[in-house]
Ligand binder design. Structure first.
Ligand SMILES: Cc1cc2nc3c(=O)[nH]c(=O)nc-3n(C[C@H](O)[C@H](O)[C@H](O)COP(=O)(O)OP(=O)(O)OC[C@H]3O[C@@H](n4cnc5c(N)ncnc54)[C@H](O)[C@@H]3O)c2cc1C
Length: 501
């Protein structure tokens, strides 16, 4: 049964007598709210907050348990509920009580103990869920959208990268090389369509040749040992339409059917007992002494005017933040996570154009020399042989830093961007005809470095980095995140399981 419907059933049968265990807290997380384990969530404005002296005078001991929570009774539903509150009240004093009248009391928000929660069902969250579930862990996956992989995971080039573009010793280099091998093996074992088509990185001018040589050396240092520099004559027989002076040949680069890959990961995780809740978002959370509490509800609840609220509180031993573009936003909502551990975020859109009315001129992936922020406007092929060009790099304004899942990114492709595509592509494909490019789709890179800065590495933060037991945050999982996902999942698993909660 889906998480939310299961929790709704629990909610209907919730027994308000559980108030004995109530914990009450007032917290500043965007909008102040009062949280109580048994009476639900209330805006502070919705309940009366009064100092302890008045509360104790007004309420009889009949209604107040010694720890401040009211005990049950036949008049239970008609009488106000009193709860002790930590934090400063309106008079600045520390001990206050919140009085909820029964008409204001939302039905109990169910609390559920869960071993592992993975937030985000993109390719990385799916790989992590599969890894943890196959190791025998209880795993719940919370996904804000209605299906798996609707974010960046379905807006990319679908290329299995070899691992030559990244600095030696970086996580990108290590996890890409490991991830590539794991991905080919996984696709082979599970019938996921893929093709090792190989990639040519081209120098279109002789002064670019030293860059290819540098890339070959860097690739070898990363463990990519099959790279070869090819002369123009060799290249012509492989790709007659391609114009270049030299190229670096990477035979282990390939393409895959990302959607089949993701559904296979989901099925695999489910077979090992993982549960998925769609249209369900982490709204806020808190680090407690015992575990991490995630307040989850329908994704609509992210829009304050929706009137929707928290459906359940998941008390998890382990939480993996695999929310892609929203990773920093997720982290900022987690009360108790040191704010200075959260990196700045930058976003760069990449648009694709498809080739229309022309039979595919290429049978390999063709990449120019990388540019600032991306790998250059390259040729990608899908498994049906269709050609796409892209992605380009368009830095989004800094104000996008404050995104939340309800933020609508603009994925439209401006046809005017084609002008630059024509000029870039014609450097290596001069016979590209006017009018052959059609706007296709776009994706947005979750970046940790801004324009002109050296490209940042993946940032995988565990307890050692942020001090929160059982939490892994995945930041800046841009390319080669797809290629690396199975290797990232292994790292997350070992970071979490290095200590048992
Ligand atoms: C233009 C482009 C081209 C690329 N090309 C390649 C390539 O060829 N090869 C390669 O290896 N990599 C490539 N990448 C990188 C790759 O696509 C990403 O690294 C990968 O898809 C990231 O997956 P993810 O699961 O981290 O994020 P996503 O796919 O974005 O998934 C995150 C999920 O979290 C959910 N979510 C967010 N917030 C919440 C919340 N509060 N509660 C619940 N759910 C939430 C979202 O709905 C989303 O489904 C490319 C990226 C881009 C942008």
């Amino acid at each position: 049964m889906a998480l939310v419907s299961r929790l709704k059933t629990l909610k209907q049968t919730a027994n308000l007598k559980k108030l004995d265990n109530a914990q009450f807290n007032i917290q500043q997380m965007g909008r102040p709210f009062a949280a109580c384990s048994s009476v639900g969530l209330h805006s502070v404005n919705d309940c009366e907050i009064i100092p302890s002296s008045r509360a104790l005078g007004e309420s009889s001991t009949r209604f107040m348990h010694k720890n401040g929570a009211r005990t049950g009774g036949s008049e239970f539903d008609r009488l106000p509920v009193w709860l002790p509150m930590r934090g400063k009240g309106p008079q600045g004093n520390n001990l206050n009580f919140a009085r909820f009248h029964s008409s204001q009391c939302a039905p109990a928000v169910p609390r559920e103990r869960v071993e592992c929660v993975v937030v985000g069902a993109g390719v990385v969250g799916l790989a992590v869920a599969r890894e943890l579930a196959s190791a025998g862990r209880e795993v719940w996956v919370i996904e804000g959208a209605s299906d798996i992989g609707t974010g960046t995971s379905s807006r990319n080039s679908e290329v299995i990268h070899a691992g030559l573009h990244y600095p030696q010793g970086s996580l990108k280099a290590k996890l890409c090389v490991e991830g590539k091998d794991s991905m080919y093996a996984y696709c082979q074992e599970n019938g996921v369509p893929y093709k090792r088509v190989g990639k040519l990185i081209v120098a279109t001018q002789s002064q670019q040749v030293p860059l290819l040589e540098k890339m070959q050396t860097a690739g070898e240092a990363n463990g990519v040992h099959d790279l070869r520099l090819l002369e123009a004559t060799d290249i012509r027989s492989m790709e007659p339409e391609l114009q270049c002076v030299k190229a670096l040949w990477s035979p282990s680069s390939g393409i895959l059917d990302t959607h089949t890959f993701m559904s296979t990961l989901q099925a695999d995780a489910e077979e090992h007992g993982a549960s998925f809740a769609f249209n369900t978002s982490m709204l806020r959370g808190a680090v407690t002494k015992r575990n991490i509490e995630l307040h989850v509800g329908s994704t609509e609840a992210l829009t304050p005017s929706s009137g929707k609220g928290v459906d359940a509180i998941l008390c998890a031993n382990y939480v993996v933040n695999a929310t892609g573009l929203y990773a920093q936003s997720f982290a900022r909502k987690l009360d108790g996570l040191p704010v200075d551990s959260i990196p700045a975020s930058h976003f760069a859109r990449g648009c694709y154009f498809s080739l229309s009315g022309v039979k595919s001129p290429f049978s390999h992936l063709i990449y120019p020399i990388p540019e600032d922020g991306g790998l250059g406007c390259h040729v990608t092929l899908d498994l049906g042989g269709q050609v796409r060009f892209g992605p380009d790099v368009e830095w989004l304004p800094e104000l996008m830093n404050g995104v939340s899942l309800s933020t609508q990114f603009d994925y439209s492709v401006d046809p005017k961007r084609a002008d630059r595509f024509y000029s870039e592509i014609r450097k290596y494909y001069p016979s590209l005809a006017d009018g052959a490019l059609q706007p296709s789709y776009s994706g947005i890179r979750p970046k940790l470095s801004g324009p002109g800065q050296p490209s940042a590495d993946f940032l995988i933060q565990g307890e050692e980095d942020h001090g929160v037991r059982g939490l892994v945050n995945l930041y800046g999982i841009e390319s080669p995140g797809l290629t690396s996902c199975l290797a990232i999942a292994k790292v997350v698993h070992s970071m979490l399981m290095n200590h048992e909660c």
